[in-house]
Ligand binder design. Structure first.
Ligand SMILES: Nc1nc2c(ncn2[C@@H]2O[C@H](COP(=O)(O)OP(=O)(O)OP(=O)(O)O)[C@@H](O)[C@H]2O)c(=O)[nH]1
Ligand SMILES: [Zn+2]
Length: 183
């Protein structure tokens, strides 16, 4: 991100909106605005730590209630919610915190919820090679609740399933029973 250019552009945009960016209170507003968007668009880096599945744990593991914030690519407004990320281990188990970090990796960029959901599932499938992966996101889109149609209280729910969580009926039912609608 070119912060200097972005700050100049933010000042021009706010001025074009008719806002005063010269008072003591607002003169740093363009810079603050850029910092806020930069934060929303910058995931923290991490290493994917995995361990051998020595106990042969062969049931589902779910992480529920992973809070995320992303940016609607149509309006550049935030959408926020919670993710449930689950997997059925193969030879390796994952460090628990990494599930939330993967959600952050893909949420801090311009997104649509469908793509975000799928990217999390595909990434885990490719990097962890588990027997199955399931992701459910539940989010409020401020472009829908604060403006436009103004439908407060609406939530958008998406899911992406792979492997046995997709194909095995019992595993799929258990996944949704344990973590459906991103509790
Ligand atoms: N499928 C999908 N649509 C989204 C997402 N986020 C926002 N949208 C929609 O993207 C659409 C953009 O449509 P436009 O008609 O060009 O935008 P607009 O004129 O601001 O429309 P309104 O929001 O209806 O006022 C809207 O219907 C949004 O609700 C998302 O994550 N997934
Ligand atoms: Zn939007």
């Amino acid at each position: 991100m070119d912060v200097t250019r972005a700050t100049t552009a933010a000042a021009a945009l706010l001025t074009a909106f008719g806002l005063d960016v010269s008072s003591e209170s607002t003169k740093r507003t363009p810079e603050r605005m850029v910092n806020a968007y930069r934060e929303l668009l910058t995931p923290r880096e991490f290493d994917l730590t995995t361990f051998p599945n020595d106990e042969d744990y062969d049931e589902l593991l779910l992480q529920r209630g992973i809070a995320f914030v992303s940016l609607c690519e149509h309006h550049a407004l935030p959408f926020t919610g919670t993710a449930t990320v689950g997997y059925l281990p193969g030879d390796r188990i994952v460090g628990l915190s990494k599930l939330a970090r993967v959600v952050e990796l893909f949420s801090r960029r311009p997104q649509v919820q469908e793509r975000l959901t799928k990217q999390i599932a595909v990434w885990l499938d490719e990097h962890l090679s588990p027997k199955g992966v399931g992701v459910v996101l539940r989010a409020e889109h401020t472009c829908m609740t604060l403006r436009g149609v103004q439908a407060p209280g609406t939530t958008t729910v998406t899911s992406s399933l792979r492997g046995e969580i997709l194909n095995d009926e019992r595993t799929r039912a258990e996944f949704f029973a344990l973590g459906g609608a991103a509790r």
